[in-house]
Design a binder for this molecule. Structure first.
Ligand code: GLC
Length: 426
């Protein structure tokens, strides 16, 4: 009975909205989009949803989730397995497509008019067995942020190798502390046991020439002397140039230390660029960003490929309106707004030449080459097992950094566990 009344009211409202706004859709829907967030992501999303609502006549509820992608994934997987009808649109991490593909609508037939404008490799990352699982909204590749004022004061250049980074961090930290800057640390990053540590760990190992954990052809490569060297190097930073608490840091914890002026270097994603330059930031105008350093024995800087997308649930009763919303949020205008306000990297190629973006967020055009050369996490070769693989990896890295076992034995054990997972078929 209650439901019937609700339906009648909805139809009346829909008709009114349709007439008033001249919308082409038959009725207005009440949509729910669920999203995790760091920094200003949710505020930016809300602004865009309000614009969408005004233009389309649909209303959109924004369900907010914890910042950790690992926590989001756990919750979404439960909702989707239970065929939850309350959420229409999910904001999805680049690594999830193969694991969640079966629960999302194939967007291919709906985006033919716009998909050609996006970077093909990003579209590819969201395509599983020919199905476009999610529409890219922004891409991600981390930077090494550094304090221009402190490096200049102490006569240092931005580092090219991890060794240089650690030496510069230590020297500046020691000298500044001696001058009374007691809170200053050399380097902050994401060391908590979650997906963010998989990204950091992959960067260390790849940049030391130790491979990509699991190679694109499925070979488990993580247990090798260069990986050991990489992890031993990082272990030496804990409590020396990095605060002991870094082993519990996610993105926002690192940014908190950095943005209050208490770190010489920070590894973080591009969103920290706009925020670092905001009016209430202690480091406004006092920093720049460069590519992550190279390790000893390695021949490249390695940035993990990140990024977020929008997927429409197969269980949504409002699929048509949900697809409209996804196209809006992934569209050129929305991506430009996201780039200008949040320094999020667009997935639409033309925006890298947009004069306003180039002028207001100069990191963005500089970062095109970085994300185009970024290292993917092994979510494609490990398919449905990626989450398990990643969690085994970050556990081994976290154990090593916190002094629970040696890098060598932890990586040997990791390899055995990954082989077992592989054996049961991925
Ligand atoms: C960023 C990346 C995402 C990654 C996450 C790890 O949000 O875009 O791909 O999984 O960081 O914390």
């Amino acid at each position: 009975m209650g439901e019937m009344k609700g339906l009648t009211r909805l139809t009346a409202a829909s008709l009114l909205a349709g007439v008033a706004l001249g919308a082409t859709i038959a009725g207005a829907a009440e949509l729910s989009v669920v999203s995790g967030a760091v920094g200003n992501d949710l505020a930016e999303m809300r602004q865009q949803l309000d614009r969408f609502a005004a233009e389309s006549g649909h209303t959109v509820d924004l369900v907010s989730m914890p910042a950790s992608t690992t926590d989001q994934f756990g919750q979404y997987r439960l909702w989707l397995s239970a065929q939850n009808r309350d959420i229409d649109v999910y904001r999805t991490d680049v690594i999830w497509a193969p694991q969640l593909a079966e629960h999302f609508v194939d967007l291919t037939p709906h985006v033919g008019d716009v998909i050609g404008g996006h970077f093909p490799a990003i579209v590819e990352s969201q395509t599983v067995d020919g199905k476009l699982v999610a529409m890219p909204m922004y891409t991600d590749a981390p930077a090494l942020y550094y304090r221009t004022d402190l490096l200049e004061k102490h006569g240092k250049e931005p580092p090219k190798t991890w060794e240089e980074m650690a030496a510069t961090a230590k020297e500046i930290m020691d000298k500044e502390r001696a001058e009374g800057n007691a809170q200053l640390w050399g380097f902050v990053f994401q060391g908590a046991a979650y997906e963010g540590l998989t990204c950091n760990g992959l960067e260390w190992i790849t940049s030391f020439g130790g491979g990509q954990i699991v190679e694109p052809d499925g070979t488990i490569s993580v247990n090798n002397p260069q990986s050991v060297k990489a992890l031993d190097t990082v272990r030496g930073w804990i409590g020396t140039i990095a605060p002991p608490g870094v082993l519990a840091y996610q993105e926002e914890d690192a940014r908190g230390v950095w943005q209050t002026g208490n770190a010489v270097f920070m590894r973080n994603w591009p969103y920290a660029y706009a925020l670092g330059n905001s009016d209430d930031s202690a480091v406004k105008g006092k920093f720049d960003a460069t590519t992550l350093p190279i390790g000893e024995g390695g021949d490249r800087s390695a940035a993990t490929l990140g990024g977020w997308n929008l997927a429409v649930s197969k269980y949504s009763p409002n699929q048509e309106a949900a697809i409209e919303l996804v196209k809006f949020l992934a569209g050129e205008e929305a991506q430009k707004f996201r780039a200008l306000t949040n320094s999020r990297l667009p997935t639409i190629q033309a925006l890298y030449d947009d004069p306003e973006i180039v002028e207001q967020q100069p990191l963005i055009p500089r970062w095109k080459e970085v994300f185009l050369n970024a290292v993917p996490r092994p979510s494609a070769p490990t398919k449905a097992d990626y989450n398990e693989v990643s969690s085994e990896f970050w556990t081994a890295v976290h154990n090593t950094l916190s002094g629970s076992g040696e890098a060598e034995s932890n990586l040997r054990r990791l390899e055995a566990r990954l082989k077992r997972l592989q054996g049961s078929g991925w």
